[in-house]
Design a binder for this molecule. Sequence first.
Ligand SMILES: [Ca+2]
Ligand SMILES: [Ca+2]
Length: 222
Amino acid sequence: MYKWAGILIAIAAIVIAGAIFLPWGYSPPLIFNFDDGTLQGWSMGKGVSDDAGNEYTNPAGTIWGVQWYDSHQYPGNFPGSDPKGDKNGCYAFINSGLDLKKIGFPLASKYWQVDVVSSYLTSHFKGTKTVEAYLGDMFSTHPFKIEADILLKVYSGGTTQLIPSKNATFTTISKTAWTKVTADFALPTDAVIQHIVIRVRGDHPGLFEGAVFIDHVGATKE
Ligand SMILES: [Ca+2]
Ligand SMILES: [Ca+2]
């Protein structure tokens, strides 16, 4: 009697465990952590925008760019000394010396702005209410600063549109610690979320050398 009860309990446990791990019961975490040695499909818009919304394209295409970065890792200190040669790292937007004057950027503009763009999101992101990301600034020096905000590129009402967060405010990024940037969204019910867009803004008129690091970009539905 007890023997059969034990066997039935064991079978039930196996069935429940299977339901959790089989595809229809599996829900991947909505987080990009860049801990596989890649950018996980993240890229950057082609141009840099001024405060009037005009866009200027980098003619060389290589003066600034993106790369996977081995030494900074969330959580942990920033700037960090994460071991090199492992797969743990983050996204980096790097400028190695682009002079904005050379591409006709108006130096009277209050800021320059670039968009960091996620890979195409899966349907698991449907219903996202909040997106968070951690950023570190090794770009600006006092008194210049880097700020960031998060937007969502969605397909809704027959068009693709970039939707700002409800608060639509920029957060100043620290040079000595990971800074959490959070954005809450009120999306149309038919919205299909295609990309997370992290908008990075700097107030140095010359876009001088440096890098902005991004890690642990996550979405929640609560
Ligand atoms: Ca990471
Ligand atoms: Ca590493």
